[in-house]
Design a protein around this ligand. Structure first.
Ligand SMILES: [Cu+2]
Length: 219
């Protein structure tokens, strides 16, 4: 070892370092190829599968696991079971479509007013992509909803009164809707909520879309 000078030592040092680096990258790239990309496959599943949950008398959200999160974000109301689970009846499921273009103009729910009976359900269908339906104002103790941009979400309505809901990304374009469940017991609260909603609408031509609808339809 006496014969090895500094120069020889440094040469060996760099050769070893280089080899270690190469081995490290080799292992890294092999791991990338062998381990499946979990996130990508999950995203594929979410987009490809149309989630459709029929009314079963409980919380009828597509993606029941996310209910707690939705409630925390959108309302102070606690999650609870639908009272319809204890009732027998021929309850209907109605369809509300989310459209880029409809009879009332651009960015609309169709129909934007619907009257249903207590314990009926609405299937919110995202006909055109990029829309959601989220409760803004609803009868006391009702269960709030949020379709979370899913292709199809069935919500059962067990509390009578009027519900005002919006599409979050297009609220400023007056993309909202009204649901009347049996008797309109909360008219004044909804009128207040519509006023507040319309004060944030940016497109002049549709500013009174919800209040007009309310005046014409809610009786
Ligand atoms: Cu929208």
């Amino acid at each position: 070892m006496d014969g090895m000078d500094d120069k020889q030592f440094m040469t060996i040092f760099w050769v070893v370092m280089g080899a270690l680096t190469a081995i490290f990258f080799l292992i890294f790239f092999i791991a990338q190829m062998v381990v499946p990309d979990k996130k990508a496959s999950d995203e594929f599943t979410n987009n490809a599968v149309v989630q459709r949950i029929e009314p079963i008398g409980k919380l009828n959200y597509a993606g029941a696991g996310e209910v707690e999160t939705n409630l925390a974000q959108n309302s102070k109301v606690e999650a609870r079971e639908s009272i319809c689970s204890t009732l027998e009846g021929n309850f209907k499921t109605h369809i509300v479509k989310m459209l880029n273009e409809g009879p009332l103009g651009a960015m609309v729910f169709e129909p934007s007013f619907i009257k249903i009976n207590t314990c009926d359900s609405i299937n919110f269908e995202m006909t055109d992509a990029g829309h959601n339906a989220v409760t803004i104002a609803a009868p006391e103790n009702s269960i709030p909803f949020d379709t979370e941009y899913k292709p199809s979400t069935v919500v059962q309505f067990d509390t009578e009164g009027v519900y005002l809901y919006q599409c979050s990304p297009h609220a400023m374009m007056a993309m909202a809707g009204l649901i009347q469940v049996s008797e309109p017991v909360n008219k004044s609260k909804i009128q207040e909520a519509i006023q507040k909603f319309e004060s944030a609408v940016m497109i002049p031509g549709v500013k009174t879309r919800m209040s007009d609808l309310f005046k014409q339809k809610v009786k």
